[in-house]
Write a protein that binds this ligand. Structure first.
Ligand SMILES: Cc1cc2nc3c(=O)[nH]c(=O)nc-3n(C[C@H](O)[C@H](O)[C@H](O)COP(=O)(O)O)c2cc1C
Length: 212
């Protein structure tokens, strides 16, 4: 990556994004109706190949959380008749511990010129934009998946008929704590690619990108 000036002096502009972290322990209040609208709008700014607009968001809040807990329990029993009662309890109570859940998914068009993977990735990009919006509005959020996310019955209950599918649930609320996790170093995750020199036996080792 080329040095584009004084990167660290630009850091302040990105601080709100660089600050984002996932928060599992959430409590009321959830974002207001107006804030929820903004969060959804942020999801709708995700990039989307072919303008298919595959994004679908299903909000689970208020009393609907109880019914959704029952839906998760029923799905777990269908998957495994001997599912441990403790796990069923966890599924039943999980939605109630989360002020707002948003199931993020993709309405997938199979055999379209835009590959399915790109439609799914676009839904994932929407989820990320929404997580950032949640954070920027001062709330906490976390993207979770698990067996229920990939359960066709749970998907159908939320309106996702295969090949449409859920890419994850966003748990949203007010953070109970504000632990700041350690973040990875950019030098371990990005390199500047250099074309191999003609005739050279091996490629030069990559140079870490963004290193100071
Ligand atoms: C597609 C996807 C699914 C995830 N599913 C879970 C999950 O089911 N349970 C969980 O504890 N974390 C899950 N995570 C990870 C958390 O959302 C979060 O990224 C992780 O705890 C690290 O926190 P951070 O976002 O602050 O780095 C998932 C992340 C992604 C991208």
């Amino acid at each position: 990556m080329k040095d584009i000036g004084a990167p660290e002096s630009r850091r302040g502009l990105l601080e709100p994004l660089l600050d984002r972290r996932s928060v599992a322990a959430l409590e009321e209040p959830a974002p207001s109706q107006e804030e929820v609208g903004l969060i959804l709008d942020a999801g709708l700014r995700a990039p989307d190949h072919g303008r298919l607009r595959p994004w679908r968001f299903v909000l689970i809040r208020g009393a609907a959380r109880e019914a959704f807990g029952d839906c998760l329990v029923a799905a777990a029993k269908r998957r495994d008749a001997n599912v441990p009662p403790a796990l069923l309890d966890r599924y039943r109570t999980w939605p109630l511990r989360t002020p707002l859940l948003i199931a993020v998914g993709a309405a997938v068009r199979p055999a379209h010129v835009i590959p399915e993977i790109e439609q799914i990735l676009s839904a994932g990009a929407a989820a990320m934009n929404m997580l950032n919006a949640v954070h920027l509005l001062g709330y906490g959020g976390m993207w979770v998946t698990g067996a229920n996310t990939y359960d066709r019955g749970v998907n159908a209950a939320l309106g996702f008929e295969w090949p449409s599918r859920i890419v994850g649930f966003l748990m949203i609320g007010t953070p109970k704590n504000a632990a700041i996790p350690e973040r990875p170093s950019r030098t371990q995750h990005a390199v500047d690619w250099a074309a191999p020199v003609r005739g050279a036996a091996t490629m030069p080792p990559p140079r870490a990108a963004g290193a100071q």
